[in-house]
Write a protein that binds this ligand. Structure first.
Ligand code: OFO
Length: 174
């Protein structure tokens, strides 16, 4: 059986991960409105990844005989002043999520909940990657500055990120 405190904290983390998905989906919409399809694709892919993160917590609670209870999501920001500002916000958000994961590890340790502790190790590693990928794009955008060409090249590069079928834009009609 999953400890009460872990169940409550994991239910809370499902909301955090779904809010992450919502934030990145909002960024995808922003990039699409700016004609930056590659960045939009990158954000769609990130959205799918966040939903998968939420499902890891969902499944962990269920598998241990607990009860998943979903909470309301905050309305995400809809506009940013530039691609750089949006990716800076994404990086800052990932730092916030890393802190949340570390708090969960501390709680699992205090509760002596070894299954939760083991499951959270995947997230500790994943957050290193999440921070690295967003901060790398922030650095690239800073280097690009006002170069329209540089921005289009980066957009093309980011558009190569693979994406789950349910999150990909519709294929153009043949
Ligand atoms: Fe779930 O890693 Fe980003 O937020």
């Amino acid at each position: 059986m999953i400890p009460e405190k872990i169940q409550a904290a994991f239910n809370e983390q499902i909301r955090e991960e779904m809010e992450s998905a919502y934030i990145y989906l909002s960024m995808a919409a922003y990039f699409e409105s700016q004609g930056l399809e590659g960045m939009a694709t990158w954000m769609r892919s990130q959205t799918a990844e966040e939903v998968a993160h939420a499902m890891r917590f969902f499944d962990h609670i269920s598998e241990r005989g607990g009860r998943v209870s979903l909470q309301g999501l905050k309305q995400p920001q809809a506009e940013w002043n530039s691609p750089l500002e949006a990716f800076q916000a994404a990086y800052k958000h990932e730092q916030y999520i890393t802190q949340k994961i570390h708090e969960l590890v501390d709680l699992a340790t205090a509760e002596r909940d070894h299954p939760a502790h083991a499951m959270l190790q995947w997230f500790v590693t994943e957050q290193v990657e999440e921070e690295a990928s967003t901060s790398k794009i922030v650095e690239q955008l800073e280097r690009i500055g006002d170069s329209g060409n540089g921005l289009l090249m980066l957009d093309r590069e980011l558009g190569r990120r693979p994406i789950g079928s349910g999150f990909a834009p519709p294929a153009p009609e043949a």
